[in-house]
Write a protein of this length. Structure first.
Lengths: 385, 385
């Protein structure tokens, strides 16, 4: 395929952002084919900004248009699996905004549809393009940390004010979004969590607070404790209500430790692997010597544009995907499990009991009050991810 | 009192360390009056090192000797409350090594005996002498952080090899010590935790691993999640099996954040308090501005010698205690609660159910296998605290 024509579905905050760099021809081999935006109030503004792009407000008309080869889905979360499946059925490649969906059974169906279609399916996990996480992943996978023992992530720099939550009726409601900081801000970290460790937990205990610091139904603060079959443990801490936030990831293993904070990666490696030191050392209070190992980390992440370019390249020339769509289920499973553990006030074991999660979520959707104080606003996403 | 004569009870690792600086006249207004060391095998070595100090191997003879005005207790944990109460009954001031005891009901009795006696009672919480923690405490108490929302402590630099555990039969057994990293290494951090926050949790969920990385009965790895009546939360993470360890404390409040790591304190303060910003801000993705506030922290901690000097000054001139003995129960309650939560695999609410804790501990003491591979060794404590 010479040029990939992309149909963008949903021109809210993120969809408009993707449209902007595509419209500016920043993605090699790709152009915008058409827009689908069902909120007619957005039409005039979109036509002003994106002169000449065909705009549909009707989903069927959009899919019948023949104006694109692939879709980029940037609608509210619940609709992702349905729209992706529709696109696969019609023969379109799919790049979908995170999260993959709101609960895992529908994401599983989406993954099956993608596999059957043989089409390209990617997710907008733009943080996978960050060289610092790619470097850490390589250290882990090359065994430079030895066997992993502990991973702690304090990720509290997702500040969101009440005005953010009030910008759309669907935001931060059970019926509209199915969650808060876990489903909207943290899919990136939850994706990286699994992508780095390449393991599913044995069980976890989640502690979510719902509407604690914001007038919302869903979680705005979370702490979770995870245990793995290997004995490794993890702690994940997030909130949208703290400033200045922290983004600090620590991973320890039998051979050393990595800390990522303030966009810097620090790597200590032990001279002797810990279990071997422990076995041979007889001096009581001593500990294994370690060395700071300098690691060169490339500077720039290619970010959203990098994921879109990779998706386009995959279609054009079969380039391997950095964020294959089928992997979206892993982070979502962690997110679902952290909420479910809070709701049942107990451990959640893996594999996740999907039907229990859906039952508990349904209860909350039914009781959802929605919002009547929201005003539909498209926000400047320069501070978002 | 002109010169305080101190009787040191227990000349193991820590007792010998205290004896050394007292013997070198590093504490103004104090001398060593006598030693009580029941292990006769230690006698020759002690007499060689501490020439001229009367040494008793019999407790009653020691207490009858009239050779001291105060005692410094540095025996295994279980005996602390009994020995302190005996000392108070005989009219002696008491400086006791941490922890105050192994379970809280006996510590409560010890505290009552201390209060009735009117004698000076202090605990060896030498980390309270660290200017960096004193500075943080003042920031919190002066309201510079606003209302506290979260405290996270990763304190994994307590590396202890198997050879440390094998240095005494009582170490790291339920019968001999009543716990592991929580009761032996972390009493300092658990004391500082309460001393900094000046609040008792509403409830906590503890996740201890027992003998995971060492051949011991007790906990060598712990994660705990705490909730407070005010809405504040906390996470405490520790282990004796990691190198190089981490010691990172983060405290956030409505007005800012403090991080202590690598012996440095960093303080960010918000221009507008977070709830006020959230209420007035209408821009969606923005967050409150913050500034790094330079804080001068004095360099040197006076450490063990500082606590001993303060104890002696309190006896001689009524100087206020930095680590009053009665406060030892707070950190111990956290420690007990983290173990109990693991044992019952459930939340532990405060006030702690002391009898349930003792029942669960007793079960483990009864099943305790002790150790038959230990060799009695006095270790160089230069790496200890």
């Amino acid at each position: 395929m010479d040029t990939v024509r992309i149909g963008i579905i949903g021109l809210g905050n993120m969809g408009t952002s993707h449209a902007s760099y595509l419209f500016q021809n920043k993605i090699e081999g790709a152009i915008i084919g058409a827009f689908l935006e069902e909120r007619s109030g957005r039409v005039a503004e979109l036509q002003r900004h994106f002169d000449g792009i065909p705009l549909f407000t009707d989903e069927d008309a959009f899919f019948r248009s023949g104006l694109f080869d692939a879709v980029l889905i940037a609608t509210p979360h619940y609709s992702h699996p349905r729209l992706a499946q529709k696109a696969f059925a019609e023969g379109y490649h799919v790049l979908c905004e995170k999260p993959a969906g709101v609960f895992t059974s529908e994401v599983r169906e989406m993954n099956e549809a993608a596999a059957e279609s043989g089409l390209v399916f990617s997710l907008m996990y733009n943080q996978r393009t960050k060289p610092i996480y790619q470097t850490l992943r390589k250290l882990i996978h090359d065994g430079e940390l030895g066997s992993i023992r502990r991973m702690n992530w304090i990720i509290t720099n997702w500040y969101r004010s009440q005005s953010y939550y009030d910008s759309s009726n669907w935001r931060a409601t059970w019926a509209g979004e199915g969650g808060g900081v876990l489903i909207n801000q943290c899919p990136h970290q939850l994706d990286l969590w699994g992508w780095l460790l390449q393991m599913e937990p044995k069980r976890l205990r989640g502690f979510c607070s719902f509407g604690k610091y914001r007038d919302i139904e869903v979680e705005d603060e979370v702490t979770a404790y995870l245990e793995y079959e290997t004995g490794a443990t993890g702690v994940f801490i997030t909130t949208t209500a703290e400033a200045p936030g922290t983004n600090r990831l620590e991973v320890t293993g039998t051979k050393g430790k990595v800390v990522i904070e303030n966009e810097e990666l620090t790597f200590w490696q032990l001279e002797t692997e810990e279990p071997a030191f422990n076995q041979s050392y007889k001096g009581g209070f001593g500990s294994p010597n370690s060395q700071l190992i300098p690691i060169e980390v490339k500077e720039d992440a290619t970010d959203h544009e990098g994921i879109t370019q990779n998706f386009v390249n995959a279609i054009r020339s079969g380039e391997p995907l950095l964020a294959p769509g089928k992997e979206g289920i892993y982070g979502l499973t962690l997110s679902n499990a952290m909420q479910l553990s809070t709701w049942i006030d107990d451990w959640v074991s893996f594999p996740l009991d999907e039907s229990l999660y859906e039952k508990e979520l349904s209860k909350r959707i039914q009781q959802s009050q929605g919002k009547n104080h929201a005003t539909e606003t498209t926000l400047d996403v320069s501070g978002s991810h």
